[in-house]
Design a protein around this ligand. Sequence first.
Ligand code: NAP
Length: 503
Amino acid sequence: METENVVARLKSSGLLRTKGLIGGIWIDAYDGKTIEVYNPANGEVIASVACMGEREAKDAITSAYDAFSHWSKLTALDRSSRLRKWYQISIIRYHVILYNLVIEHKEELGQLITLEQGKPLKEAIAEVVYGASFIEFFAEEAKRVYGDILPSPLPDRRLFVLKQPVGVVGAITPWNFPLAMITRKVGPALACGCTVVIKPSELTPLTALAVAELALQSGIPPGVLNVVMGDAPNIGKSLLESPKVRKITFTGSTAVGKKLMAGAAETVKKVSLELGGNAPCIIFDDADLEVALKGSLATKFRNAGQTCVCANRLLVQEGIYDKFINAFSNAVQNLKVGNGFNEGVTQGPLINEAAVQKVETLVQDAISKGAKIVVGGKRHNLGFTFYEPTIIGDVRNEMLIARQEIFGPVTPVIRFKTEEEAIQIANDTDSGLAAYMFTNNIQRSWRVTEALEYGIVGVNEGLFSSEVAPFGGFKQSGLGREGSKYGLDEYLEIKCVCMGNMG
Ligand code: NAP
């Protein structure tokens, strides 16, 4: 019923798109195939969307390639104002009229995210605001792609550096942030003058299509932004094989990221990878208990544990262990699980049955090796893909649950004695995306930050992703950075020009 109501509202606002977007035209799969998109909270079908493959991907690449010659030649100011319009349209904020299409539609987009991804509506709307911030930020940065003039070693020569867009970008995104993972790529790509073919997850294509609809409405020209979804391996293959595609930007699992990196080698494309994490969250004896509690709850249970920067392991020092676990258990027991549309719910469903089974396997493995359930530990009585917010004590770092990305509302807790031991455990993984620590000792916070092999470190803070901060990982968590001034470089080529005979 609720699915029907939300779908009806979205249809009337024109944001429920179910076809792919190629060259500014909404297109069915060429063979008419469709895939169903489900509401993970109740299993209801939300919509059927075009199930595309190689042929549609090739046409989307051609359309992006053709659009590049025009889009890349626009002035930075022109691109900036179109991006800004995408982001804005008539909302009153800070007593100024701003124009932001994504923000204007934040309620509808939020509902769409909750419907197909499951996160609580408040969190979904926060994702819209977060995701939109990348369009706004890169609309500004579009005007700041500066080159350089270099001091020449020879008197009759002049040397300078131009920065130019790389060309057509293939952007492959996951289901856990169906909006923000797109805008974090498309914002800087378009700002630099690149054009894109987006491949959203088949689990959450509706948000991507709605965002593309708003891009069209805001005057982003046909072909600059294309969307194809369906047969992921074949769409991926087309993007990798085409010499017209000059860059692959991917957010998703490390396993798929490695395949894409290998596939991109054939045509030597630029590659950016935002992959899986295994974040340690270290609570030292000298932490402020309240601050540590708030921070670790936020970093663990956001999106029911389904983010790449969620704490995957809680490392708690022995002196604060009992006090912390008591307080943490009380807080976790009070988390409200349910359909993301219900008031007060903070924990939605997991994305699908396979995700629940993975969590169950990891929990069973830990118990079989001596870990103890402190809170939760099984499927929630709401059924479907709901899982109880869980704490598991007596975990050791060699257990599967501490080595793999859990991607669910389960907190394994590891006890440690010394700072050196905490650092050793924290770094004992192939991942290196986010890490957190809670301590009131300023020297320790600096020392441990330097020792952690991670791209993002939160000190007394569990939640801080932002458009101004570089996001990305060390080791097998990825390559390159998204967001911030550094995010722009991923979409630019550097051209060195030498003018001779200038003496
Ligand atoms: P995934 O299975 O790797 O899928 C990610 C995307 O890749 C989806 O669009 C998927 O399409 C597509 N894909 C799958 N196989 C492919 C292939 N052979 N060729 C081309 N594309 C292919 O990851 P996920 O389960 O959606 O997302 C969860 C993972 O993403 C976690 O590991 C998480 O840590 C990571 N993540 C990382 C960040 C970060 O910034 N570092 C942010 C968010 C998530 P289909 O879904 O249609 O199959």
